[in-house]
Design a protein around this ligand. Sequence first.
Ligand SMILES: [Zn+2]
Length: 432
Amino acid sequence: MSKSLAGYTDHFLRAPAILMDLSGLLSIPSMGGSEAETHAQEFVAALMREAGLEVHTWDMDLAQITADPQFPGQEVERVQGLGVLGIWRGTGGAPALLINGHTDVVPPGDPQAWSADPFLSRSQQINNQDALLARGACDMKGGLMAAWAAVKHLRATGFTPKGDLLFAPVIGEEDGGLGTYSLITEGFANYYNLDQHEIMGAVIPEPTSLAAICANGGALTFRLRIHGAAIHASRRTEGVSAIEKFFPIHQALAKFEEIRNVNVDARMDRWPVAYPISIGTVHSGDWASTVPDLLVAEGRFGIALGEETEVAQRAFEDCVAKACARDPWLCDYPVEVQWWGGQFASGETDEQARIIENLDQAHMRITDQRLEKYGAPYGSDLRLLTGLAGIPTVQYGPGDAVVAHAPDEYVYISELETTASVIAEMIQISIS
Ligand SMILES: [Zn+2]
């Protein structure tokens, strides 16, 4: 497979070897906020120690980092967080390369919707191809272990890097980016000072179906509090239903979404709605025959490429305020907008960046196909690496994001192998 290493065994780049490490990682139910989130980090740290990398681990100072004004937010309770940074020291004379990937997964949801235990990986034919099914197979333990296979392969074949290779599994990606935030503010600060080292780029092997995602729209989690006036349902016209007062707000947000999606950036125009606004939860009322006096709706607000988070927040608040101004009740009792939980800014890497050129070359050598490049409508750790740490970052990995977070999530095994080979190739191009 790896043409530049012809003559060496490809053992670590092949499915049986990849699946050995991957099935172990998939068996850990590392949902955000669970104790297993730490176990998954320990699992990857152990793999790296076993392979002889220099491995640093740290207990995140959660009180301090969550109080930081730049902290991107989290949506689950955490009492612990384990940071892990593996370093393969190069001989010098080239900048470093970072591989970053999250080990946390979202909960499996309704177990009945799964064909088997979500944390017991199994292979199955899907669309006439061998696929591996489990929570996290696609997003993104599959990609992370394929990238790890590339590192193992290079170590086994005697590759001597000039630049350092950094391998950083992280937690908390799904609910805001705690792990990568800690990697930058604690991991790099204590174990790999970015003022003294240059990192030429980062690859996040998130599920991209082997395309390069160089830009991410942002996503801000919001909460709306809509007030009404409670009264016995038999006298409803003398009260105000918070549910009915939500309708004009919902309509205004739908219109706002439409306007924001006219003439989107060319990197995003493949998506039906590049920057969606979606209501995820609605809670109102506590008694069937009482007119509800409060409705709380939570949702997700898509941020455009290059759009400042604060500017977008103000535009959203303005849209809600204008809708309130058109309604006499809402004029007197305006809807409150709260920003909480994950606050993903948008992020992007120049398509001319060396990391993307190198990936392009590696992908071409392994697959004989040009690398497709575009932006994605979801927020990810990419924006923390580009925005906070100034590291040009690209997502490239196995699996289709459309099955991520869904029951019977899967990844094609051939894509795991291709990712391993392409990343092995890319590491050689980048830090030799
Ligand atoms: Zn992911």
